[in-house]
Ligand binder design. Structure first.
Ligand code: BDP
Length: 715
């Protein structure tokens, strides 16, 4: 018997649509991983969905049914029949026990799924084979619908299914660093997707598609404005606009949050201070918070960057971060809102190691925060570098909820064009063992709340989303949005598993394509580390914009904004002695002993922890100077290998996406060479050691130092 797919294909051919179905169709990338391309391979799943059985309606259940219809029609060529009962084999039954009588009748045990989890199970209803997508809540059903479509898109067999999944973290939030004027701080994908001038009257279809994409990976919150916040986001005019956005996001389970400027009571309320212990200040926040909840009943809460990089905060009034966070927490508590208080603080004192400051400020406050406060901690103690050790705050605050802050936008990893899959960076951070309660006390277990039974668990990611046709500035940047969501749902899922499912959904299931592309993604971030900041170097990017090398950079008002503060290269060697700075002591044993010695420190982080002689012998047998050259060169070679591999795949991908990746890899290769040569020319003036044949930078150091923004040397 002819399968539905084959039939659809023949029909499509008859209608002359065949060219639209194959990989030759040019794609902008707008559809992300929700492409639902026609199933053309031999896939048993095709015969498993005949009808979509739904129960009572709600906006969220409608979104689930809409998505399933769209997905199944796209993949199998015809829409599933719509039905309210199971009358034949192959029905897909969706709902909660409350919304769908067919699900209630099955008496499924759904308790363990909680508020957001789902169950996908093959069952028999009235003698007919069926699949149920069941949950306790409508949003669980929507998550289950997306999971089911993922199964089909990745060609998982649909017989005998029994999948139960619930998120391990409660807050799974995108932080948009979007400004009032439509620009995005550290955004490399065009303008902001929020069209403030058009709101509240108009919300574009793009916002619904944004919400769908988020729901498909379980993201349940969006902070819509920059942490360097403008108080205007709290005016009545903007609250009305935000309320309209929240209405569009709500069916997809996404709560809206706002970044707030600490001095807003002065700027908007005319108060003389923003002292958190001043009753007038608290009254202002109380009234403002009540006003927001009247407009947005499920408003998530506030994100606060206080006393950090010049932002105002409670310390301006000699109050602590806890005084500030708790005041805001108290006004949010009756509404069940949370405060995400950022731990990204550092002192303007060149004698203090910047990496130690957040720990020194926050650990003494452990246990002093309200239950609805969660500290948002960047994965590393500095600033989203290609590689950092995990922040020692993880594992040091047993009595305070901690959430992870990752950067999805690649501020320090090649921005728009460089291919760097961040799944491996996230995995490395989440898998790190803090040893807080002995072995197995991973960062993942700190932030999912299981290690110390924190009341709030969560992960935030600084979004890489903009108005570009492909949303993220490049096709491969989409993978970073995707993996962020998947790891927020399950911080223990592997980067490789996620890369594999992303490639299958975004491109094709053809193993000849999937294997090399996953391999390329898995090696990509390590390549960036090597050609930018090998062996534990950090913050040697060009000043301000962070695009390109700048190890020589001494511009700026603060010592800790200058590159030599971080790499400390001199005639003796290179690297930051963080034993002397007190940083190493912030870790638990055995890490603090391990990091204290050059022989026991992982070589990937050697220069992070130690100032090491140029002639130090590495495990490879090379001296440190030779190893630095080898690592920088390896990074460049790895990009060349990605280029070569991609060229071989030209026939398996549509021309538009193929060309973008090819061109961006060419840019990455040129810039990797720039990074290597500029850094080696710079460090070479200190090491005064010879370059092996063929490794001498092409131009003198002064050439690289004078390179204007946007330019890079021609290879
Ligand atoms: C740095 C960015 C800066 C942000 C800051 C932050 O360069 O634009 O404002 O982090 O996280 O990475 O607050």
């Amino acid at each position: 018997m002819m399968g539905r797919t084959a039939f659809a294909c023949i029909l499509a051919m008859a209608l002359g649509l065949c060219a639209l179905a194959g990989p030759a169709r040019a794609e902008s990338g707008y559809d992300l991983w929700l492409r639902y391309q026609p199933v053309q391979d031999d896939y048993a799943g095709a015969n498993h969905v005949s009808a979509l059985v739904t129960g009572y309606r709600s906006p969220t259940l409608d979104a689930a049914a809409w998505e399933l219809r769209r997905g199944l029609t796209g993949m199998f060529g015809e829409p599933p029949a719509q039905s309210s009962a199971v009358t034949a084999d192959g029905a897909l039954v969706i709902g909660t026990p409350k919304s769908a009588p067919a699900i209630a009748a099955l008496n499924l045990s759904l308790q363990a799924l909680g508020d957001e989890g789902y169950l996908i199970r093959s069952v028999s209803i009235g003698g007919h084979k069926a699949t149920v997508i069941a949950a306790n809540s409508d949003i669980g059903v929507l998550y289950g619908a997306f999971a089911f479509l993922r199964l089909v898109q990745t060609r998982t067999a649909l017989a005998g299914l029994d999948i139960a999944s619930a998120p391990k973290t409660r807050l799974r939030v995108l932080d948009h660093w979007d400004n009032l004027n439509g620009t995005v701080e550290r955004g490399y994908a065009g303008a902001s997707i929020w069209d403030w001038p058009a709101l509240p009257e108009h919300v574009s279809r793009r916002i619904t598609d944004y919400a769908r994409a988020n729901a498909s990976i379980g993201i349940n919150g969006a902070v819509v404005n920059n942490v360097n916040a403008d108080a205007a986001f709290l005016t009545a005019e903007y609250i009305e606009k935000e309320a309209r956005l929240a209405d569009v996001l709500r069916p997809f389970g996404i709560r809206l949050y706002l970044s707030v400027r600490w001095s807003a009571p002065m700027e908007l309320g005319g108060l003389k201070s923003a002292d958190p212990l001043d009753p007038k200040v608290k009254a202002w926040w109380q009234a403002k918070t009540d006003e927001i909840y009247r407009a947005i009943p499920d408003f998530g809460g506030f994100l606060v960057k206080a006393n950090s990089e010049g932002q105002p905060g409670p310390q301006d009034y000699h109050r602590s971060h806890a005084d500030g966070a708790n005041m805001i927490a108290d006004v949010l508590a009756p509404h069940h809102g949370v405060v995400m208080w950022r731990a990204f603080v550092y002192a303007n004192d060149p004698k203090i190691d910047r990496a130690t400051t957040a720990y020194n400020e926050f650990v003494p406050l452990d246990g002093k925060f309200r239950d609805n406060v969660v500290l948002q901690v960047k994965n590393g103690p500095l600033d989203f570098q290609p590689r950092e050790p995990f922040s020692p705050l993880f594992g040091a605050m047993a009595h305070t909820s901690l959430m992870m802050e990752f950067q999805i936008t690649k501020e320090y990893l090649g921005q728009q064009t460089h291919l760097a899959y961040l799944g491996t960076l996230y995995e490395e951070a989440l898998k790190s063992d803090t040893y807080e309660h002995g072995p197995g006390s991973t960062v993942a277990r700190v932030i999912d709340g299981s290690l110390d039974h924190h009341p709030i668990s969560g992960i935030a990611g600084v979004a890489n989303i903009g108005n570009d046709a492909d949303w993220c500035g490049s096709i491969f940047n989409q993978a970073n949005w995707y993996v962020f969501g998947r790891m927020a749902w399950d911080p223990e899922i592997s980067a490789r598993t996620v890369a594999d499912e992303w490639v299958r959904q975004t491109f094709t299931n053809d193993p000849a394509f999937v294997a090399p592309v996953v391999d390329m993604m898995m090696k990509s971030r390590a390549a960036v580390v090597d050609y930018m900041t090998p062996l534990g170097l950090a913050l040697i990017m060009a000043h301000g914009h962070h695009m390109g090398p700048g190890p020589w950079d001494t511009i700026g008002p603060r010592e800790d904004w200058k590159a030599p503060y971080y790499h400390r290269a001199d005639a003796n060697g290179i690297g930051f002695d963080r034993v002397a700075s007190g940083y190493v002591a912030q870790y638990h044993s055995p890490l603090k002993e391990e990091f204290a010695g050059t022989a026991t420190t992982p070589e990937d982080l050697l220069l992070w922890f130690h100032h090491v002689s140029w002639d130090h012998r590495m495990t490879s047998g090379r001296t440190l100077w030779q190893e630095l050259i080898a690592r920088y060169s390896h990074g460049v070679d790895a990009v060349a290998e990605m280029q070569a591999n991609w060229t071989k795949l030209a026939d398996d991908v549509d021309p538009e996406r193929y060309a973008q990746v090819r061109d961006f890899l060419a840019i990455q290769h040129r810039e990797a060479i720039w990074w290597r040569d500029a850094c080696l020319a710079y460090f070479g003036q200190f090491s005064k050691r010879p370059f092996p044949d063929g490794y001498k930078p092409k131009y003198p150091l002064s050439y690289y130092e004078k390179m204007p923004f946007g330019a890079s040397p021609k290879p």
